[in-house]
Design a protein around this ligand. Sequence first.
Ligand code: TMP
Ligand code: ASP
Length: 236
Amino acid sequence: MEKREELYAGKAKSVFTTDNPDLMIMEFRDDTSAFDGKKMEQLDRKGMVNNKFNAFIMTALANAGIPTHFVELQSDNESVVKRLDMMPVECVVRNISAGSLCRRIGVEEGLELNPPTFELFLKNDALGDPMVNESLVETFGWAEPAHLATAKELTFKVNDVLKKMFDDADMLLVDYKLEFGVFNGEVLLGDEFSPDGCRLWDKETREKMDKDRFRQGLGGVIEAYEEVGRRLGITF
Ligand code: TMP
Ligand code: ASP
């Protein structure tokens, strides 16, 4: 796949056009961001680790019948993906209370959430990714109602697949964020799934193995990501 010009650079990834107008190359950089870009650092090996981690998870999800934008690995830190028309919202499912949920409604961290919750956030760094809902998505035309309904259904389907996958590898999938887009009228899972966009705890010790290590300055960020990968059988 021939890489052409940069189309867009986010806080941790860049996307490039290719010789095929339907396909893009997504480059995972070593840049690590938190708090809507207020905390930024370069972490050695992160681009490579997240690229291979994402390829593994996207392939597993596709095998479980969840349509994704992932096509193939292009290099250690790049993947070929379908070019989607992205919905500017983040879909978050939580199995255990943590993060912004605890701050917002004043509950302690670590409560089992039954049934798991579903939240929507508008992608807007300047506004700090405010929480929105289905009604706002429809009124402001961020996505067609039917497309949003499919995204929600797929977000829960991902939970069924990944909760079990992490549990089998002695980890708890606490929560995660997904982004969706439309390709030829079909809703596909886009963006990435990596320890940057989810919370994972060791099942026994509840030690944090995800980007909260970076957010909270706990250290050992990439070592933890690699340990998650090792438990899942990923070779970096
Ligand atoms: P939160 O507790 O900060 O709302 O985050 C919930 C989950 O979504 C957590 O796994 C981190 C992920 N997330 C992102 O990946 N990007 C974001 O911009 C936000 C707000 C959350
Ligand atoms: N990914 C977002 C950022 O870079 C939010 C976060 O993960 O804390 O700021």
